[in-house]
Design a protein around this ligand. Structure first.
Ligand code: A2R
Length: 318
């Protein structure tokens, strides 16, 4: 019996490629020279797509592959995928929740520590010889005993809250609906920011969170405040963030994500009160292996019985 066609969008590890090739006839989008010709010869054979949170499922793929039935995304965020279009076509979409909670929480703590403790400039002070030439580095600030507001209290937000306990924080959170967690709920994001020393963004991207952290929220956080974004660049109004940091109305920023990745505005790169990372929240060998495994497990389960292990909520009924 011939294997169903699988279109790979973006990269995959060797282990993922081996497992996918064993079960499917693999096509790689980035190796297709003439997409229209490929659609004519192979489009109808494609029943599955493996993709990621950045590339999603382009409309030309949905249109060119009329028999597509499942799209397995590598990553928890799937705002790049038009789930309404997938539901309309009966395409099941899966993602990789939970397996990256711990790593993204670690990245969050790393950014908080790097910002409060001047980690990068201190490291430069030591490595460059400035310590010997100029004396001790300036004092930094302690992350302990801070008021920390978390925007988003889902799988990752709760893991962040638990890992933050070593710093003895007062934890607040803002979501659209109150959660069963032992932290104080704030119905108003701006009011939470006004009370907090640190604002951590860990909601999904997409329309409902687009630029939700705006000028007013950033200025409410204040001149001593720190904003940390490990969710999606679109959650923060990047222009307002730059203006608030430049004017001193906001103290610091620790950013793993940006509005137009991989582009980072030069204005942010020029500031020494920001710590910038290239979207590496989950990027360890161990966590990426677990994400890759779940991405392929979803495809294989779909091939076996037509279901996926971890559907996105919008497609769970399919
Ligand atoms: O608002 P709720 O009650 O649905 O709570 C969710 C919250 N959230 C929002 N909070 C405020 N305003 C919104 N417009 C809004 N939309 C969603 O974000 C929930 O507490 C949290 C999302 O939790 P999970 O669905 O469990 O996502 P997870 O696994 O924590 O990942 C969050 C995001 C991913 O979508 C990637 O973009 C990123 O982290 O890596």
């Amino acid at each position: 019996m011939s294997k169903p066609g699988l279109l790979l969008i973006g990269g995959a590890t060797d282990i993922m490629l081996d497992r996918m090739s064993a079960e499917f006839t693999l096509h790689k989008l980035n190796e297709i020279k003439d997409f229209n010709t490929w659609v004519e010869t192979s489009g109808a054979s494609i029943e599955a797509v493996a993709t990621n949170g950045h590339d999603g499922v382009p409309a030309r793929v949905m249109e060119g592959c009329p028999n597509l039935k499942v799209a397995s995304a590598y990553g928890v965020g799937y705002d790049a995928i038009d789930t309404a279009a997938c539901v309309a076509r009966g395409i099941k979409v899966s993602h990789t929740p939970n397996v990256l909670n711990a790593e993204v929480a670690n990245t969050t703590l790393l950014l908080i520590l790097a910002c409060f403790r001047n980690f990068l400039s201190d490291e430069h002070h030591a490595r460059s010889g400035d310590w010997e030439r100029e004396g001790n580095a300036p004092l930094s600030r302690s992350p302990d005993n801070r008021v920390i507001g978390i925007l988003g209290m889902g799988r990752i937000g709760q893991e962040i809250a638990e890992r933050l306990q070593v710093f003895n924080p007062t934890l607040l959170y803002h979501t659209r609906s109150k959660k069963d967690v032992p932290y104080e709920y704030c119905a108003d994001l701006k009011e939470m920011a006004a009370r907090a020393d640190v604002l951590i963004c860990i909601t999904p991207g997409g329309a409902s969170t687009n630029k939700i952290v705006n000028k007013d929220v950033l200025e409410a956080l204040g001149p001593e405040g720190l904003v940390v974004n490990v969710s999606r660049g679109t959650v923060i109004d990047e222009d307002a963030l730059i203006a608030a940091l430049q004017s001193g109305k906001l103290g610091m920023a620790g950013l793993d994500v940006f509005e137009k990745e991989p582009h980072i505005p030069d204005a942010l790169k020029a500031m020494d009160n920001v710590v910038l990372l290239p979207h590496v929240g989950s990027a360890t060998h161990e966590t990426r292996a677990a994400m890759g495994k779940l991405t392929v497990d979803n495809l294989i389960q779909w091939k076996q019985d037509g279901t996926v292990l971890t559907p996105v909520p919008e497609c769970a009924h399919l």
